[in-house]
Design a protein around this ligand. Structure first.
Ligand code: GLN
Length: 547
């Protein structure tokens, strides 16, 4: 049966609770334990699938097709444990389950209340598959004191009472601001936040304090005294140059030891941190720098492409090279020449996206990369736009475009080389979608197989002819254009098992030009980079003569 670690946050948001949880998960693994990480989000959306990337950053898709919070990406990247549908729980999902049960009559006419009905539902979610791992790490989104978060805090308080003594601990992450005028790290906001937590019945066992500077002994003792934790349970979390330093840094500060002590696990197994030492060595002893342009539409908020940026970093780690990412807004050259925006990069990546805005710029970026022999990786929309580009400029298909960009007012502006997919095969069954289905969860989502063409670059990179990758899209490249495009050098090197849906395209006479309908970035890890990303950077490094 799993032991539970609840991770809460105080003082301000964006302190890196997700990263701290992920790093703690990695440290427990390093000591030989199995872990699973879960995220409890107080917002009322059923899942982040319909939220704007500007609001919420990237939507992380799991193998089983759940659209989840981006923190699940950190969890996977640090632990290698594939997240599932039940690892991301929002208030919206909890309430809709409770209301469904109420309508079905499951509560036998009782009055439905936050306590116990909502809190019970949260606890049920927390317990799913608890027998499978040694530690279940559950992060509560938001900060203590938020109105929406209260049912979750109440549920985890009750959870600790329901379990036998010593089976649950609480880790609280706060901020110690540095006041330049007085030259001091201030403990008061943390004291207040712990007071708030204790007022709702949760006494933290471990405090993780984010700060710009080391915590002096005096402040550490003060925090221990006023917040009622042991002084070796006040863990300093200073800002780091790379997030992948976090497991080593937290271990140095004693986080994993403090957690195991809080559970009374003694003697604790020694950690094996080789994996993280190797990653550290590769990051901090890189052999040069490559400039990669990410040409997308949500470039103002880097979190919108979190996994893409991380996967590039992993590819850099694999090739011992630093990746300098430039965020290029595709819309900036929708109507003007692209050259001034794209000159000087070693490689170009066009990531996923929705809607027409910026797509003319992406098409220009694909053309620029194709004509100038610059390595190009197109992901989902980035593949679709590469096909549109080749259709327009190689196959001379007039007005080639995607059905996604038509709208009611201006119909049939494009020849649809990319069309709206309404029926496809998943495993042994058929999935069907109608034009006006709800927006939430109606895409082709989650893991699907693809067959690779023998002798293609894709097959060589994967070193396999059958792959499985995660999807999140509504539109699909039309295979009716395959023969024509292949004659012109755009090879369809990956196909769905039924041969109907193009999964990978590549240019024959180009150093590295690949488009994929899926999201390889979601499966990349710092210690196990995705082969497409590492090969993309390997070739870029070679072309840029860094080797
Ligand atoms: N908007 C495109 C589609 O739905 C691409 C989606 C994506 O890039 N994830 O097919």
């Amino acid at each position: 049966m799993a032991k539970y670690i609840f991770i809460t946050g105080g003082v301000v948001s964006s302190l890196g609770k997700g990263l701290a949880s992920a790093a703690l998960g990695a440290l427990l693994q390093a000591r030989g334990y199995s872990v699973r990480l879960r995220k409890l989000d107080p917002y009322l959306n059923v899942d982040p699938g319909t939220m704007s990337p500007f609001e919420h950053g990237e939507v992380f898709v799991t193998d089983d097709g759940a659209e989840t919070d981006l923190d699940l990406g950190h969890y996977e990247r640090f632990t290698g444990v594939a997240a599932t549908n039940t690892d991301s729980i929002s208030s919206g999902r909890i309430y809709s389950t409770v209301l469904e049960k109420e309508r079905r009559g499951d509560y036998l006419g009782r009055t439905i209340q936050v306590i116990p009905h909502v809190t019970d539902e949260i606890k049920e979610f927390l317990k799913i598959n608890e027998a499978d791992v040694d530690f279940m790490l559950c992060e509560i989104g938001g900060t203590v004191g938020d109105i929406e978060g209260l049912p979750f805090f109440e549920a985890i308080r009750q959870f600790g009472q329901d379990k036998p003594r010593g089976e649950c601990i609480y880790v609280h992450l706060t901020l110690l601001p540095y006041i330049t005028a007085s030259g001091e790290l201030k403990t008061k906001p943390t004291q207040h936040s712990v007071k708030e937590l204790r007022s709702i019945g949760i006494a933290p066992d471990v405090l993780v304090c984010r700060s710009e500077r080391p915590i002096p002994k005096k402040e550490r003792e003060k925090l221990a005294l006023f917040c009622n934790v042991r002084s070796d349970c006040v863990i300093s979390a200073q800002d780091l140059k790379s997030i992948y330093e976090a497991p080593l840094a937290y271990h140095r500060e004693g986080l994993d030891q403090a957690v195991l002590d809080a559970f009374g696990i003694s003697p604790a197994p020694q950690p094996n941190l080789k994996r993280w030492e190797d990653v550290y060595d590769r990051i901090f002893n890189a052999e040069g720098e490559l400039k990669v342009a990410i040409v997308g539409k949500y470039t103002q908020l880097e979190d919108a492409y979190k996994s893409v940026a991380e996967a590039l970093t992993h590819a850099g780690i694999a090739n011992r090279v630093k990746i300098k990412i430039s965020w290029v807004d595709a819309e900036a050259f929708d109507l003007t020449p692209a050259e001034p925006f794209l000159e000087g990069f070693d490689a170009i990546l066009v990531p996923g996206g929705f809607g027409e805005r910026g797509t003319e710029g992406m098409i220009k970026a694909a053309r620029f990369a194709r004509e100038r022999n610059i390595p190009y990786l197109g992901i989902c929309l980035g593949m679709q736009m590469a096909v549109v580009e080749a259709s327009r400029n190689l196959a001379k298909i007039k007005n080639a475009g995607s059905e996604e960009f038509e709208n009611k007012k201006k119909k049939n502006r494009f020849t649809h080389v990319v069309y709206h997919l309404k029926e496809w095969v998943q495993g042994n069954s058929k999935v069907k979608r109608k034009e006006h289905d709800n927006k939430g969860g109606t895409m082709r989502l989650g893991a699907y197989n693809a067959k690779l063409k023998l002798g293609s670059k894709a097959a060589q990179i994967y070193d396999n002819l059958l792959i499985e990758e995660r999807h999140r899209h509504r539109y699909e490249v039309d295979i009716n254009y395959r023969t024509e495009l292949e004659k012109l050098g755009l090879i369809f090197s990956g196909m769905s098992p039924d041969d109907l849906l193009p999964e990978i395209i590549e240019l024959k006479d180009h150093p590295w030009f690949i488009g994929v309908q899926f999201h390889p970035e979601l499966k990349s890890k710092p210690f196990n980079p995705h082969p497409l990303f590492s090969d993309f950077i390997k070739t870029t490094k070679m072309i840029s003569r860094l080797v």
